[in-house]
Design a protein around this ligand. Structure first.
Ligand code: WT7
Length: 649
């Protein structure tokens, strides 16, 4: 289908690895993982070196994942102290505010001091090793300080994206049994304020009804906006930081001690608390950051994700800082004040490596080339994408217009669960194909299986599994190891099942085709259809709901909701708007339905199971491709659904 873009001489010159290196390293990594990872673990500083590298099992009923289990280290010391000691004046974080007039460079020595102060405040307020601290902050340096302060004292952070509603935040407080929140008065994005502290107040009230008390809230002053302050509970960071010491010894942590929990959506039930531990996660984040982006000392690296998602954890904070890199944190959005913002920031801070999501690329592509070409972009060397499949058209625009064919593009496939990038090109080593994530990273053994779990060889399409563990893999679902096994290891016994479909071509290149389960990917935000359904049915006028995705030009997938109303209710335009607001309020603005179809009934089998295949086809405006409908309990339902479909061309 698409052409292959060979590695250019300019990419290979100075690259850390060649194609031959990749092949040799990969071979060693899968034939001798102990030797390979044992050696590369030397890129971290260990308080006590490990004697054992890998101790992992995907066996049904006995899934257990341990890496470097008797090693001792501290993640914040690896990210800060060792770089501050060598070159404390080097810039660790470049902060670029929402307002184009606001930016700041923060050195490794300064970040270390702020992290120590925040760690001391946490300790003074009673936070102990193993306690869960919830972080609900905008994209400001204090978000990184908060994560690293937790890591410093051995507290487990649970970052909740600032776009989540009070209800979603409350659910995460309860599940993590977290009694401490770090937030800000307000956030600012695209010139608009986000009422973070007010959301926290609401969430605390909801969580308390759910049995979880929140005893302390540490507030960062960002906008100076008015907030309610509860004496004894709510503390200002700018006041408390003055009252504590500027140094704090890092807590020695076992490699398998938890580092963080991050909630993510699956096809069923509530979001899962994905648990990552210290040694393997940090090594994998650092190693992938170094090689996937071919990071070179002194370069400026910018990942546009939010720290509320795993991309922000691994590739804004932990990976880059573990490597002593300069990482840019951007508070704003790509289209504010205008569609040229990202490239203006690239020029302003002389960004060398730029990593963003396909949805942003598609949105900017729609604004034309001029906002891009207006900026010089001469500093750019490597471009990356993550979060969803990238269509070749968007890939080629990124390659030709943004990178002027000078920069290789790394399309990186991975998941919250994987901790770091699993399938990706390496700049200067891998020939590229627009739309393909290309080849596995070191130590990663992807496999394709058919619906019955039978391995597929050669060029084939099927379900994407990983055959063996890698150091960055999640260790468990927080508080529910059985759910961990059930979700990831029971579909295809003995393998980790990703939930994605994929194709392997004749060159052994991997093409990710998207989720094969009931998980949506909307503008790179991952959502379970079940979560949106339960938000809809919590509305008093809704009796039943079914949610599916459909192809969307900018968002990748749009949210299509079939809603059956309570007897006597009428499906008006007003109710449609009300339901959209209701879902935004229950989950967050990014979960707002794109289409709502009022349906007198949903297509079900005689045993009562909703036939989603049919609903997907109708949402995709393909009523001619419904397939076999003979098992439906009431075939007439489908006629109404087809006649009233909302995506009719
Ligand atoms: C799902 C994971 C990993 C960080 C951001 C998302 C999809 C991710 C790619 C890519 C095709 C991709 C998959 C995956 N995905 N990257 N390069 N090509 N699909 O993390 O929220 O855990 O979502 O995102 O479907 O399963 P996440």
């Amino acid at each position: 289908m698409a052409e292959t873009i060979a590695v250019k001489d300019a990419w290979a010159a100075g690259a850390s690895l060649s194609d031959a290196d990749y092949r040799a390293w990969y071979e060693e990594s899968v034939t001798d993982p102990e030797g390979f990872w044992g050696r590369h673990a030397g890129r971290l500083d260990w308080v006590t070196p490990f004697t054992k590298v890998k101790n992992t099992s995907f066996a049904p009923g006995n899934v257990s994942i341990k890496w470097f289990e008797d090693g001792v280290l501290n993640a914040s010391a690896n990210c800060l102290d060792r770089h501050a000691a060598k070159d404390g004046g080097r810039t660790a974080i470049i902060f670029e505010g929402d307002d184009p007039g606001e930016s700041r460079r923060i050195s490794y020595a300064e970040v270390l001091e702020e992290v120590c102060r925040m760690a001391n405040v946490l300790k003074a307020e009673g936070v102990r090793k193993g306690d869960r601290v919830t972080i609900y902050l905008p994209m400001i340096p204090e978000a990184a300080y908060a994560m690293l302060a937790c890591a410093r004292i051995g507290a487990v952070h649970s970052v909740v994206f600032g776009g989540f509603s009070p209800d979603s935040l409350a659910g995460r407080l309860v599940d993590a049994t977290s009694g401490f929140v770090i937030t800000a008065d307000e956030g600012v994005r695209g010139g608009r304020k986000v009422p973070l502290k007010a959301n926290v107040d609401k969430a605390i009230a909801i969580a308390e009804k759910g049995g979880q008390k929140v005893g302390k809230v540490l507030m960062v002053r960002r906008t100076g906006g008015d907030v309610a302050v509860e004496p004894g509970r709510d503390l200002w960071w700018h006041e408390r930081r003055e009252a504590v010491a500027p140094t704090c010894a890092p807590e020695p942590m076992g490699a398998e001690d938890p580092l963080f929990i991050l909630y993510t959506s699956g096809s069923t039930g509530k979001p899962k608390g994905v648990l990552h531990t210290t040694g393997g996660y940090l090594l994998y984040a650092a190693m992938t950051h170094a090689h996937v982006f071919d990071y070179r000392p002194g370069e400026v690296y910018w990942c546009t994700a939010d720290v509320g998602w795993v991309t922000g954890h691994s590739y804004i904070v932990y990976g880059p800082l573990a490597n002593g890199a300069t990482t840019l944190m951007f508070e704003g959005v790509p289209t504010y004040p205008d569609a040229g913002r990202l490239w203006q920031v690239v020029d302003k801070h002389q960004v060398n490596i730029f990593y963003t999501a396909p949805t942003a690329i598609r949105a900017l592509m729609g604004a034309g080339d001029e906002p891009v070409t207006r900026a010089s972009r001469r500093s750019l060397r490597v471009l990356g994408t993550v979060g969803e499949p990238i269509n070749p058209e968007a890939w080629l625009w990124y390659y030709r217009v943004v990178g002027e064919e000078r920069c290789p593009i790394v399309d990186t496939w991975w998941q919250t669960e994987t901790g770091g990038i699993l399938i990706t090109p390496l700049p200067g080593a891998t020939a590229l194909k627009p739309g393909s994530a290309t080849r596995p990273f070191f130590g990663v053994r992807p496999e394709l299986v058919d619906g019955e779990g039978k391995p597929l060889d050669g060029a084939a399409e099927g379900n994407l599994c990983i055959a063996d563990s890698w150091p960055g893999q999640m260790r468990t679902v927080y508080g529910d190891h059985e759910r961990f096994e059930q979700t990831y290891f029971s579909t295809y016994k003995g393998k980790y099942f990703t939930g994605d479909g994929a194709r392997r071509d004749g060159d052994g290149y991997w093409w990710i085709t998207g989720r094969v389960d009931d998980v949506l990917n909307v503008s790179g935000h991952r959502m379970g259809t079940a979560e949106i359904e339960s938000a809809l049915v919590s509305h008093p006028k809704v009796s039943e709901a079914a949610v599916v995705g459909y192809p969307h030009d900018v968002k990748g997938q749009g949210i299509y909701c079939y809603v059956t109303l309570m007897k006597g209710e009428e499906g008006t335009e007003e109710l449609r708007r009300e339901l959209v607001l209701h879902v935004r309020g229950e989950i967050g603005p990014f979960a707002a339905p794109d289409k709502i179809q009022f349906a007198p009934g949903l297509p079900k089998t005689r045993s009562g199971k909703i036939m989603r295949r049919i609903l997907r086809k109708i949402a995709e405006d393909e009523p001619g491709a419904l397939g076999d409908t003979s098992t439906l309990a009431e075939p007439a339902v489908v006629e109404d659904l087809v006649a009233n479909r909302q995506n009719k061309r």
